[in-house]
Design a protein around this ligand. Structure first.
Ligand SMILES: C[S@@+](CC[C@H](N)C(=O)[O-])C[C@H]1O[C@@H](n2cnc3c(N)ncnc32)[C@H](O)[C@@H]1O
Length: 224
């Protein structure tokens, strides 16, 4: 649908009718040929703005987009957490030197072990009520002075109205799907507001900075 070697519409439908975890298992072999994968161009542009580190954790690592960036930033210890075994299999090929952990990112328990934590393309998979748990995981995992890095949707405005309308429509379809079908596939573009996320980070003593990078906003939250 998105690319000659990418998933067909039928395959995407099968994915969306599965649980979040199994949906990604199904999508994994073709994931990098979809727009859901964080593109290399965005990662390259973000690289210039990020601090270097010795150790990096990529939450919801998927096929390893963030792991590659963390390696470029000097991290010798690379850890990726994702609940989809299929996605981790692909990540294993791309990043054989990374420690890959299968599990829920909200259950990850690391204590002051990382200089950098990345979290790309997965905010829509975290329900608003689970954001405090995510911030807790990140806060514990980072050393003082470490940075949490993620992207958010572009700012609202006339130019982005069409994009926001598409996100709204997508979320509506997913809410109806999740009312009617179990297990749920949790993916809502507009559910978790950035203001709420930033507030939670600031309450934990993070300094939050936004940077425009290509069509996205890169958020760099530094743990003081
Ligand atoms: C859109 S993909 C993004 C993958 C990669 N980070 C990237 O930017 O290309 C979302 C990933 O988050 C994972 N995921 C979603 N919710 C999760 C959770 N609660 N715990 C662990 N992994 C999760 C999915 O399995 C999937 O691999």
């Amino acid at each position: 649908m998105f690319h000659p070697d990418g998933p067909s519409l039928l395959e995407l439908l099968r994915q969306a009718l599965s649980s979040t975890e199994h949906g990604y298992d199904l999508l994994a072999p073709k994931f990098e040929k979809t727009p859901f994968c964080t593109p290399a161009s965005l990662l390259e542009a973000a690289h210039e703005l990020l601090p270097r580190g010795q150790s990096g954790l990529d939450l919801c690592c998927g096929t390893g987009a963030g792991l590659g960036l963390l390696r470029e930033l000097g991290c010798q210890r690379l850890v990726g957490v994702d609940f989809s075994r299929g996605m981790l299999e692909q990540a294993r090929r791309a990043c054989p030197d990374a420690e890959l952990v299968q599990g829920d990112a909200l259950d990850a328990r690391y204590e002051s072990e990382f200089d950098l934590v990345t979290f790309f393309g997965a905010l829509g998979h975290i329900l608003p009520e689970d954001l405090p748990a995510l911030v807790d995981v990140v806060d514990r995992a980072l050393r003082p002075g470490g940075s949490f890095v993620f992207f958010v949707l572009p700012r609202t405005g006339i130019r982005n109205l069409a994009y926001l309308a598409a996100c709204f429509l997508f979320d509506l379809v997913m809410r109806v799907r999740n009312l009617l079908l179990k297990p749920q596939f949790i993916m809502y573009y507009l559910a978790s507001s950035r203001c709420w996320f930033y507030q939670l980070l600031r309450e934990r003593g993070f300094q939050v900075q936004e940077h425009s990078v290509l069509d996205c906003i890169l958020v760099l939250a530094r743990k003081c």
